[in-house]
Design a protein around this ligand. Structure first.
Ligand SMILES: [Zn+2]
Length: 68
């Protein structure tokens, strides 16, 4: 039996971000509005990706709010 789970992975990238009002609930760091890109890859070949906007912490990277 072959398990394909090892062949599929996801990468998340921040394409660009700019400072936003608000602080992180985890570490108290500054928040920023970021355009995120999530790519789902099969054998390291992207076959599905989407872009979405989120408010993330610039210090610890926590996602404080997302707009899917
Ligand atoms: Zn934080």
């Amino acid at each position: 039996m072959v398990c394909f789970c090892f062949l599929v992975d996801q990468t998340r990238k921040v394409r660009r971000s700019k400072p936003a009002a608000g602080i992180c609930s985890r570490c108290g760091g500054g928040a920023s509005v970021a355009d995120m890109k999530t790519a789902t890859r099969f054998c390291h070949v992207p076959f599905y990706w989407k872009t979405w906007r989120a408010i993330i912490c610039t210090f610890c990277g926590a996602i404080l709010r997302s707009y899917h």
